[in-house]
Design a protein around this ligand. Sequence first.
Ligand code: AMP
Length: 394
Amino acid sequence: MKKTIRDIDVKGKKVIARCDFNVPMQEGRITDDTRIRAALPTIEYLLEHDAALILMSHMGRPKGEPKMEFTLAPVAERLSEYLKKEVKFKSSPTVVDDEVKKMAAELKPGEVMLLENVRFRKEETENDPGFAKELASLAELFVQEAFGTAHRAHASTAGIADYLPAVSGFLIEKEVKFLGSAVEDPKRPFVAIMGGAKVGDKIPVIRNLISRVDTLIIGGGMAYTFYKAMGLEIGTSILDADNVGLAGELMKQAEEAGVKMLLPVDVVCAAAFENDAETVTVDRDKMPADMMGMDIGPKSAELFAEEIGKAATVVWNGPMGVFEMPNFAEGTKKVAEALAASDAITVIGGGDSAAAVEQFGLADKMTHISTGGGASLEFLEGKTLPGIAVIQDK
Ligand code: AMP
């Protein structure tokens, strides 16, 4: 178990917290502030418990230079509105300078300031000890609250913990609790659902999960690489030709491990990669040579839903079809509904499945929706995330 902000006394302490304020921007305006709102419980807790709070984050890719289109000034402003108090901010091209140091030194309990975009310094992504030390020098305690970058060893996500004791904020606590226990100690039956287009990205996850799950469901564009390995006609469907052999091996591994592996039994095929293309729905051994698979068919959706209904833990990563097109969203929607209706612990890996669940208005029916796409995949791969590894154990 990792230490959290609840396990330590922050009263009167200078606390530096790494948040994920990497919000989408358009012409200097924040277009979606979900990530800012997500960090509020931790920020409010720290302020209510009389910490003097220094916040830091990256935004976009300024590539180690102080490019003002990536300034965190709008974030400071938005945070001030939510917190109903001033969030002090000094846009320093070097992130930390004498003025920033003075500001941090004079910060009182219950007050809060935000540093400039840590990626204004190239030393950030290099995990440079000098920069990590500069950041650490501002505070007495480090709070890790940025799951989206926890799989990166950067100065503000990992290096800083060489100089300060590190604990997790509430967001990280939740990610570790649900993703961690799903992988390490799941309530059974444990069903994992993998989808999306890129087989290559998901192979390490499938490999790690095969030894842990009771059932592995594979849908989405990935399924056709497995079909190919089974010798089925896949028409013009998306194919990861380099990984056909590996798909076959994974099926064999699952069989040897006594894991039930379910692939779609029917397919919604389209004549072109377009929402309004002509479609046919066929059993998987009848895919027309001149069409492409765009979604799982209704029999598959029912089969998957039935399996989800029997599960005690479900982890889902990747859509079942091209859900961005309404005509091919049905399979993904059915799976999302099955998860929403189940009593199981339901964990949604970040990225597209999280977007799909939001799109269908089912987000609040899930136990946990991970906020980090890459980070949650690495977690499911069983990798140690540098930003989590540095947090002290209880
Ligand atoms: P990934 O990044 O690997 O999780 O893939 C997500 C993307 O896979 C989404 O944008 C989906 O539209 C896409 N996808 C899902 N099913 C299919 C399919 N049958 N053919 C092509 N793309 C698909």
